[in-house]
Write a protein that binds this ligand. Structure first.
Ligand SMILES: C[S@@+](CC[C@H](N)C(=O)[O-])C[C@H]1O[C@@H](n2cnc3c(N)ncnc32)[C@H](O)[C@@H]1O
Length: 262
C-alpha cells in the first residue's frame, strides 16, 4: 500500500512533467511515446505491479519458472519478468545486434532467448565475443550453464558499464527490468543515457533495446539521440502472439525494435 501511494505520487508527477514538455529533472527524455494517453494507461497499469527493489534483494531473489499452455514464464517476487511469447521480438533484437563485426553485449538474461538467437546468428555472421550481464545470481549461474562459451557477468549493468572501454562492443542490446519507480517505462532510456555519458558507443556501434513503447520512439527521444550525434535511427515492428491470459506488462500484439547506429 505504501508503495502504491509513493508510486501514485510519482505517477502524477510524471504526468505533470509530461504535460510540461516531457522533460525530466536531468533533461532526460521521459518516455518513448508522444501519446500522453498511452503513457497514462501504461503507468496506471504498472502502479499495481510496483517496483521497489534494492539491488541486493533482486540479486538474491529466487526466480520461478512455469510452463503452462506452451508459454514459458519467468517470475521474480511475483513480477512477470519474461515470457516466451516475446520470442519473435527477441529474435529481432538478436538479428539487429549481431549486424556488428565487433563484440556483442547483452544486458539481462531472463529466459536466455535473445542470447540463444545471438549464438544462432554466429553461423551466418562474423561478430566477436558475446558478453551477458545479469544481476540475479541464479539467472547468471543459469546463463553460464546454458552458454559456457560466453562471458557471464553477475552484476548490475551500472557497475559493469564503468569498466567498459569506448568501442569495446560493436553491438549492445538492453532488456533489463525496472527495479525502482522512476525506472518504470523508461529503464531503457536510462541505460542508453548512461552509455553515452560514459562514452561507450563509437561510430558504427549498433544499439537496440526492449522499447517500452507501442507507437514510436517518440520525438523527444529521437531528438535526444540526434543530439548525441548518432548516424541513423530506425525501428521495426515485430508481431507477437500474446498468451490467452492477461500479461502483467504488455497489452499489445506487437513490439518495437529500435535500430540505432552511432
Ligand atoms: C526481461 S528479462 C530479459 C529477457 C531476455 N532478453 C531474454 O531473451 O530472455 C530482464 C532481466 O534483466 C535482469 N536485470 C534486472 N535489473 C538488472 C540490472 N540492473 N542489471 C543487470 N540485469 C538486470 C533481470 O534479472 C532479468 O533477468
Amino acid at each position: 500500500m505504501l508503495n502504491a501511494v509513493m508510486m501514485g505520487g510519482f505517477y502524477l508527477d510524471s504526468i505533470r512533467r509530461m504535460k510540461n514538455g516531457g522533460k525530466g529533472p536531468d533533461d532526460l527524455p521521459l518516455y518513448m511515446t508522444d501519446q500522453p494517453e498511452l503513457l497514462r494507461r501504461t503507468l496506471n497499469n504498472r502502479l499495481g505491479i510496483g517496483a521497489h527493489f534494492d539491488n541486493r534483494t533482486w540479486r538474491l531473489g529466487q526466480p520461478e519458472l512455469s510452463n503452462a499452455g506452451g508459454e514459458q514464464l519467468l517470475t521474480l517476487f511475483g513480477h512477470e519478468v519474461m515470457s516466451s511469447f516475446e520470442t519473435p521480438y527477441m529474435r529481432a533484437l538478436a538479428e539487429i545486434v549481431t549486424r556488428t563485426r565487433g563484440n556483442v553485449l547483452n544486458i539481462g538474461y531472463g529466459l536466455g532467448i535473445v542470447d540463444r538467437f545471438i549464438e544462432e546468428f554466429r553461423s551466418t555472421r562474423t561478430f566477436g565475443k558475446h558478453v551477458i550481464v545479469e544481476l540475479n545470481e541464479s539467472l547468471a549461474q543459469q546463463a553460464q550453464i546454458d552458454f559456457p562459451q560466453c562471458t557471464v557477468i553477475n552484476d548490475d549493468w551500472r557497475a559493469y558499464l564503468k569498466q567498459v572501454e569506448p568501442g569495446q562492443f560493436g553491438g549492445i542490446v538492453y532488456d533489463g527490468y525496472p527495479l525502482k519507480p522512476d525506472e518504470i517505462h523508461r529503464d531503457g532510456i536510462e541505460f542508453i543515457n548512461t552509455l553515452f555519458e560514459l562514452g561507450i558507443p563509437c561510430p558504427g556501434t549498433i544499439l537496440t533495446f526492449y522499447a517500452d513503447t507501442v507507437d514510436s520512439l517518440g520525438n523527444e527521444f529521437v531528438d535526444y539521440l540526434k543530439s548525441k550525434g548518432v548516424q541513423s535511427i530506425d525501428q521495426i515492428q515485430v508481431k507477437v502472439e500474446r498468451p490467452h491470459r492477461s500479461v502483467q506488462y504488455w497489452d499489445y500484439d506487437h513490439f518495437v525494435a529500435p535500430i540505432i547506429t552511432c
